[in-house]
Design a protein. Structure first.
Length: 262
């Protein structure tokens, strides 16, 4: 086990390293008790505790973030566009589950799915004039977990434990969000430990990574569509290429392409 996945509990007379998962679970259970949202209060949900503790623990593993990044999208339209032409139930399950997990952690642990300071608001280059409210993000998380639950039944079977967990997260999203929010303030307090400048640079790096991933994805689509148009000459493909060119220029203004006249 890597050092980042271990911790020493303080105060303690010993120096024994413990798995960081134990720390996450301990903080989660304390948060449930302190908010009055104890385990199994309305229904059995110890399985959700295990899921959330593993999810929190995975967020400190860079490899997990790297694997998840290619499934993440900042907008509903982008998620649905990626899935519209896919018949792969496992891919749909993975995309919905990954986006739901990151929304839950962003809202619960980092207080805002799209945290933005006054400095970043004035400095960031964006074409979004209307930003979703927290209620919209909560609704999105609940919906993503519902879709993940539906596709989990196809991929993992109707009686699979993970399917039950995803259903509970969908139906009780606000409840678990409240638990994680309490955990943030009492045990993690991550955002307050970072300066405004540090948060700004973290956001810049994350946004640039998302832009580069989106750009590569659209460039691949462009090449596929162009080859299809060269092969078929279909007018609808030509129109799709024109739309895609505008999207790529939005991400990379230096991109230049003109459709051949014949």
């Amino acid at each position: 086990m890597e050092a980042r996945q271990q911790y020493i509990e303080l105060p303690s007379s010993g120096r024994d390293l413990r798995p960081s998962y134990h720390f996450m679970m301990k903080c989660l259970l304390y948060s449930r008790m302190e908010t009055g949202l104890v385990s199994n209060q309305d229904f059995y949900d110890e399985d959700v505790n295990v899921y959330l503790a593993h999810l929190l623990d995975s967020m400190i593993v860079p490899q997990h973030i790297d694997r998840a990044r290619r499934f993440l999208s900042p907008y509903d339209t982008e998620v649905f566009r990626r899935l519209s032409n896919s018949k792969d139930a496992r891919l749909k399950y993975t995309i919905y589950k990954t986006n739901a997990d990151f929304l839950l952690i962003s809202l619960g642990v980092f207080d805002n799915a799209e945290a933005e300071t006054a400095e970043t608001a004035s400095a960031a280059h964006t074409d979004r004039h209307f930003r979703p409210s927290e209620e919209a993000f909560i609704g999105r998380g609940r919906t993503y977990y519902r879709f993940a639950y539906t596709y989990s039944q196809i991929v993992n079977g109707r009686n699979a434990g993970i399917s039950e967990v995803l259903e509970k997260l969908s139906m009780n999203f606000e409840k678990y969000l409240r638990i994680l929010s309490h955990m943030r303030g009492e045990y993690l307090d991550l955002v307050k430990r970072l300066s405004t400048g540090e948060i700004y640079h973290l956001e810049r790096v994350a946004n640039e990574d998302l832009r580069q991933d989106s750009l590569r994805d659209k460039q691949d689509q462009f090449l596929d569509l162009y080859l299809e148009w060269k092969r078929t000459g279909a007018e609808n493909v030509r129109e799709r290429i024109s739309c895609l060119v505008r999207e790529i220029r939005g991400l990379d203004p230096s991109f230049r392409f003109e459709m051949p006249t014949s």
